[in-house]
Design a protein around this ligand. Structure first.
Ligand SMILES: [Zn+2]
Length: 345
């Protein structure tokens, strides 16, 4: 019996050494130490032994069990460590591999247009002024010489929040607010921002778009100052050889009012599809600040004068980048937006 026990111990230890994973170790444990295993069988058979032999045999069986159990635990620890190392090996990073390219975004074409215009005017000593997009009727219309019932209000139908509150139709209320704030002091600002109209969206109209307006007020501000400023703007946005022309127009808040055209940057004035074969492209509206607007904001229209202009950022971007549908700017389609990577300067 002792011989049998020794043999079982050797077998169990050999199988523990041979086991290559935790499952195999467990199989060995069940086979040799389990309730139905040979060692348990041996213990059960101890009843047949003489009373003198029993304690000796009992001690032997226990020693074998302890030895096998100790070996089993050691093997479990070793195999677990191995498994962790293998896992780490598998998950290790090959630092010599080239990195995955991170897709880099770029500025939105409208943002670029606005920033270019801001840069130009800041370099000419203008400040950038901003104001609320949800505006009072007073600042959006009345302070700009557009009293309630004025027919020109129809051209700028908007979204009303209440009778007296609306989504601004232009950034001109920022001008009105600045004039009120400066209390007769000279002003030189541009106001970029979102504006809203109740237009049906199509290739050239959007119910929301970006405007950049400018306002200069001071002594002896003349039409020629306006013309020189617009000329600098046209050259900055469309090239140094652009010429401008001013045509008479009407806006309630300026008098006189003008539309500014630039000589076509595509054909140079000969006529093409961009300029509709006229050689000129309409760019923006401008004019000398109406005396009523000055007076309403507390300026003495006999002592100071000023000019104002308003540019649609979308119109500039469409012309500059050859975009044929204004809606492209708002759909967030990366196929459209990624085209501006190349020209990012
Ligand atoms: Zn042309």
């Amino acid at each position: 019996m002792e011989q049998q026990l020794k043999q079982l111990e050797q077998e169990a230890l050999a199988k523990l050494q041979a086991a290559s994973n935790l499952k195999e170790l467990n199989d060995v444990r069940v086979a040799y130490l389990g309730k139905k295993g040979p060692i348990t069988d041996l213990l059960k058979g101890m009843g047949k032994l003489s009373p003198e032999e029993r304690p000796k045999m009992g001690a032997l069986v226990n020693a074998v069990r302890e030895n096998v159990t100790a070996q089993l635990e050691e093997r479990i620890t070793i195999l677990e460590e191995q498994a962790i190392l293998e896992q780490l090996e598998k998950e290790s990073i090959d630092v010599t591999l080239p990195g995955r390219k991170v897709r880099q975004g770029n500025r939105h074409p409208l943002t670029r247009v606005v920033e270019e215009i801001e840069d130009l005017f800041v370099s000419m000593g203008y400040e950038i002024a901003e104001g609320p997009e949800v505006e009072k009727d007073y600042y959006n219309f009345e302070a700009l010489n557009l009293p309630k019932g004025h027919p020109a209000r129809d051209m700028q139908d908007t979204f009303y929040i209440t009778e007296e509150t609306l989504l601004r139709t232009h950034t001109s209320p920022v001008q009105a607010r600045t004039m009120e704030l400066k209390k007769g002091e000279p002003i030189r600002i541009i106001c970029p921002g979102k504006v809203f109209r109740r237009d049906n969206d199509d290739a050239t109209h959007s119910h929301q778009f970006m405007q950049i307006e400018g306002l200069v007020i001071g002594e002896n501000i003349r039409m020629s100052d306006l013309k020189g400023t617009l000329d600098a703007l046209a050259k900055k946005m469309f090239g140094d050889d652009r010429e401008i022309r001013l045509r008479p127009s009407f806006f309630p808040f300026t008098e006189p009012s003008v539309e500014m055209d630039i000589s076509c940057f595509k054909c140079g004035g000969k006529g093409c599809n961009v300029c509709k074969h006229t050689g000129w492209i309409e760019i923006l509206g401008a004019g000398m600040v109406h005396p009523n607007v000055l007076e309403m904001a507390g300026y003495d229209s006999k002592k100071v004068s000023g000019f104002a202009f308003g540019i649609g950022a979308e119109r500039i971007a469409m012309l500059k980048y050859g975009v044929d549908d204004i809606r492209h700017f708002y759909t967030n389609d990366s196929r459209f937006l990624s085209q501006f990577h190349r020209t990012e300067g």
